[in-house]
Design a binder for this molecule. Structure first.
Ligand code: SF4
Length: 243
């Protein structure tokens, strides 16, 4: 048997960049995190304005790489002119494009809104199907959009992972993962069943307003004592100036 000699020119040990601690949070900590989210906001709501599954679907399709506030501004005008698949198809792609031109990728999104409306009319009697497989066959609809619609419109315990959930899942170690799908599947496993229905909203709002990308508001965070992320943002105080 040949034993490998250790090389004399070993690389110096580098400091780990990732937070130290358990890879995933223990179930008792996960339970406590969601207990606190629920106690503070028992019925969290998404911020995309809609009146039914169809307007929700259109709003979510328009929201890729755009803020909810920006989408709401555009959909107020759009839905005033068309809020059903029939009226949207009748409105036509040119007019839809005009009404949503303040949103990023509006040309492609206008195309998708018309195409998905046509498909809903042709294949689903004008209704939004409550099934992931059918939703993902609609133009412009991917896994994340399907998850949002299944959760918000049909009450399914799906967890849509966007940039905020991806960040929060990794920082808190609720569900560390290298891809949105990995984080989604990790959250599905980690989040206790009774909290799954609202988990997406609690985490998205937490990521948007507290656990922000550039400078998380750790000193004011509801779960700062449970979160293993390091370095946390230090509290502001005399002699402590924010970076
Ligand atoms: S303590 Fe900081 S990093 Fe951890 S969840 Fe709260 S805001 Fe995010």
């Amino acid at each position: 048997m040949v034993l490998r000699q250790s090389s004399p020119a070993k690389k110096p040990a580098t400091k780990p960049k990732r937070p130290v601690g358990p890879k995933r949070l223990p179930p008792a900590i996960v339970e406590e995190i969601f207990r606190r989210f629920e106690a503070r906001e028992p019925e969290p709501k998404g911020e995309l304005e809609h009146t039914d599954p169809y307007t929700l679907l259109v709003a979510v399709v328009l929201s890729a790489q755009a803020t909810d506030a920006g989408v709401n501004k555009a959909t107020r005008k759009l839905f005033a002119e068309a809020s059903t698949p029939e009226t949207m198809v009748a409105l036509g792609e040119d007019r839809v494009r005009e009404l949503i031109r303040t949103i990023g990728l509006y040309r492609n999104k206008a195309k998708n809104v018309i195409a998905l409306s046509r498909q809903l009319l042709a294949e689903h009697g004008g209704a939004v199907p409550p099934s992931r497989a059918a939703l993902e066959l609609l133009p412009g609809v991917g896994r994340k959009t399907a998850n949002v619609v299944l959760n918000n419109a049909f009450g399914e315990p799906t967890i849509a992972v966007d940039t905020h959930l991806f960040r929060v899942g990794n920082r808190t170690r609720l569900a560390p993962g290298k891809t949105p799908l990995e984080v989604e599947l990790g959250l599905e496993k980690a989040v206790p069943a009774r909290y799954k229905r609202h988990a997406h909203h609690w985490l998205i709002l937490h990521g948007r307003y507290v656990c922000k990308a550039r400078r998380p508001e750790c000193p004011d965070c509801l779960i700062r004592d449970l979160c293993p992320f390091e370095p946390k943002t230090p509290p502001a105080g005399p002699g402590v100036s924010p970076p």
